[in-house]
Design a protein around this ligand. Structure first.
Ligand code: GCV
Length: 701
């Protein structure tokens, strides 16, 4: 008998030990609709119209409320604007006149709520906005909202390859299964479109800017068409990355010279072929003469000549060219941060009016912190789109919790001062600074086939934040975090406060334990995983971390003032003066612009060395703080979501320490100064850190 009992106990102990991964796995993103038990804010839903988009709206309300009908006796009416509606809901003509093609109005009148717009897509955006208001628990009693997006083209750029590898992707294979398309229309495509539409994203580039010419073959264009047909009713347009050498690669032309009439003809035919299949095709995204990609420079032509050739092929169909300004190959003798500006500013005014330059937020490459790119504001005649990176290539992949709303906000709000104070990057991007009609913004996507889409529950917030800021760059990162938390995790007030306290400083922690005080590009080679400040043996000088930190016996940092590379001269006079002097340079960018002695005294009385080291420690402490706060919210978070984040945080803790210890030990060999008193000694040996290899790290280029 005793043996049987023991066995049973053993068995039940084993059963209990099996972890339970059921529950909210993250697939539903911020569209869970069950964080609170909300009801339709009216007794009846009336959607007037029968297009696919109208059906999506009906379906979305059904998903959100099932049969939970609200107390109010009124109607939730979703209908395109008419004079009768205007009169019934007291909408003044000057208000409705402000409605743009994607805009919407939400208006309460008595018991009724109206969602109205000029277009079906406006109705869809209005519906998603109302859902957001309900699920973040905003009162609807005196609802009166009019919104239009501030930026016209709001795109996700996927760096996904045709074989489903995702360059700089950390959430599994690409969601686009080109082999099975066009007939296999996976559920994910619809859910992807829903998620994007809910935050106002209206364009997608499904393949890598390191492009594959095959994409333009008839077989692949059929697949693109299938995707375009799926996403169209959600207001999403298809764009394609193209290979500049396609005429040669696909049809054996002798050249891809943009001034060659045969090449021009080839692109005109190709554009016509695409528009035949996809009448609302958005246009091309081009990475040319950058990191080995072909481009007009191969034929002695300028970027403007290359872009204009494509623009004239697209023009009759209404398409645009997003031409990337991420080029740094031209003159390796010139310091890398200078190169894009030097290349493109002289071309200002030479681009056709359906070309927009796509500029990364900073002058190097999506580092945890960079100053704004000096190109913003420097091309009055040429519209600029901003490219942000949602995927965390340099911010800990998908295992580090780094809320990028704060980074995106910093990038948008940066004041270029080109036309005096208030000349923000956001105003360059939304076209208001120089009166440009063509406006755009792109986010490098972090999606993949992992069940939770982004590899980390909190990485979903970066996708969300990108969309929300692209729609309205005046929203604050905090407000967006709050919205996301309430729709994704919990509405319990104390838990919301704790999660905000995790998210808001989280990107800063990453900056601190990876690249404090303006240091940058210190990651290991190729895969960009983990620290590699010692790397000095790569093919090009400007691929090596030592090129960027320049640590020597005297000090550390890259002198970009007039006595150094003079990158400061590319900024407006206001910033030239500030950046010229370490005392007026923002502390967080100090070593971006200056090479300073190890014993340089900072405003707080600390030496540069001591401050640098303490920042590395602060970052790691920040991760511990996030871990503690996460434990506190456990009762309010779904068990599956909780566990996913808990595990990722433990990886982050380990990796943050690795970054700190490897970096501090390495810089110490150069500074020859002790670890400041009160801080524990770094664990591990520099030699061991330097010997670490990760041949299978995900997302490699
Ligand atoms: C798509 C960085 C990344 C590359 C990326 C490139 C770009 O260099 O490491 O993977 O290539 O930026 O933006 O074109």
């Amino acid at each position: 008998m005793r043996i049987v009992v023991c066995l049973l106990l053993l068995i039940s102990a084993r059963v209990m030990a099996v972890p339970d991964f059921s529950g909210e796995d993250g697939y539903r993103l911020w569209q869970r609709y069950d964080v609170i038990d909300a009801a339709l804010p009216a007794a009846t839903l009336k959607v007037v119209g029968h297009t696919e988009t109208h059906n999506i709206i009906r379906d979305e309300f059904r998903r959100a409320f099932a049969n939970r009908v609200g107390q109010s006796r009124g109607t939730l009416l979703v209908q395109k604007i008419t004079p009768e509606l205007q009169a019934r809901f007291n909408l003044q003509a000057d208000v409705t006149a402000q409605l743009g093609d994607e805009g919407f109005i939400l208006k309460r009148h008595g018991n009724d709520i109206l969602i109205t717009a000029k277009t079906d897509i406006g109705l869809l955006y209005g519906s998603y906005h109302l859902l957001r208001l309900v699920f973040i628990q905003q009162p609807l009693d005196s609802l009166s909202v009019l919104q239009n997006p501030k930026i016209q083209r709001r795109l996700l750029n996927h760096w996904d390859d045709l074989d489903r590898h995702t360059e700089r992707g950390y959430a599994g294979e690409s969601i686009f299964d080109w082999h099975r398309l066009p007939l296999d229309k996976d559920q994910r495509y619809y859910d992807y479109a829903r998620a994007n539409a809910s935050i106002g994203i209206n364009g997608m580039v499904p393949i890598n800017v390191n492009a594959n010419a095959l994409m333009l073959t008839p077989m692949y264009l059929q697949k693109v068409k299938a995707l375009a047909d799926i996403v169209r009713p959600y207001g999403i347009k298809m764009y394609l990355s193209i290979k500049f050498s396609s005429p040669q690669q696909l049809d054996g032309l002798d050249t891809s010279d943009p001034l060659d009439p045969q090449v021009q003809k080839w692109w005109k035919h190709k554009a016509a072929e695409i528009y035949q299949l996809i009448p609302d095709f958005g246009g091309f995204l081009v990475k040319a003469n950058s990191e080995g990609q072909p481009g007009p420079g191969d034929y002695g032509r300028t970027h403007a000549e290359g872009a204009n050739m494509l623009a004239s092929a697209l023009k009759p169909h209404g398409g645009v060219v997003f031409w990337r300004a991420f080029v740094y190959a031209n003159n390796p003798a010139k310091e890398r941060s200078l190169q894009a500006y030097d290349e493109f500013v002289p071309l200002d005014g030479k681009f056709m009016d359906n070309v927009i330059l796509q500029v990364k937020n900073g002058p190097i490459d999506f580092q945890p912190r960079e100053p704004f790119s000096p190109l913003f504001g420097a091309t009055p005649e040429t519209p600029l789109a901003m490219e942000l990176q949602i995927t965390q290539e340099y911010l800990g992949f998908s295992t580090h919790l780094a809320y990028l709303g704060t980074l995106f906000e910093e990038a948008m709000d940066a004041d270029t001062h080109v036309k005096g104070p208030g000349s923000t990057v956001a105003k360059v991007v939304d076209g208001s600074l120089y009166n440009h009609k063509l406006t755009g913004i792109a986010g490098v996507a972090n999606t993949g086939m992992q069940r939770n889409w982004t590899g980390h529950i909190f990485a979903q917030s970066n996708w969300y934040a990108f969309g929300r800021l692209a729609w309205d760059h005046t929203l604050s990162a905090k407000q967006i975090a709050n919205e996301w938390i309430k729709q994704t995790l919990t509405v319990q007030p104390e838990a919301v406060r704790q999660v905000e306290a995790i998210m808001m400083p989280s990107r800063e922690y990453v900056v601190e334990y990876m690249t404090p005080l303006g240091l940058h590009h210190l990651m290991d080679s190729g895969h960009h995983y983990g620290p590699g400040p010692w790397v000095d043996n790569l093919g090009r000088a400007d691929w090596n971390p030592v090129y960027y930190h320049r640590a020597d016996k005297q000090g550390i940092g890259l002198d970009r003032t007039a006595s150094g590379t003079d990158a400061v001269s590319q900024y407006a006079p206001y910033w030239q003066q500030k950046f010229a002097n370490p005392e007026t340079t923002p502390k967080e960018l100090l070593l971006w612009f200056h090479h300073l002695p190890w014993d340089y005294q900072l405003e707080n009385g600390e030496t540069l060395w001591n401050e640098l080291v303490s920042y590395y420690y602060r970052g790691v402490d920040g991760v511990s703080d996030m871990q503690q706060r996460w434990q506190q919210v456990k009762p309010y978070i779904d068990a599956n979501q909780f566990r996913q984040v808990e595990m990722a945080l433990s990886i982050q803790q380990q990796e943050a320490q690795w970054w700190r210890d490897a970096s501090v030990l390495y810089f110490q060999t150069i500074s020859e100064r002790p670890i400041p008193t009160g801080l524990p000694k770094p664990a591990g040996s520099l030699k061991e850190f330097q010997s670490r290899k990760f041949p299978y790290a995900p997302g490699q280029g």
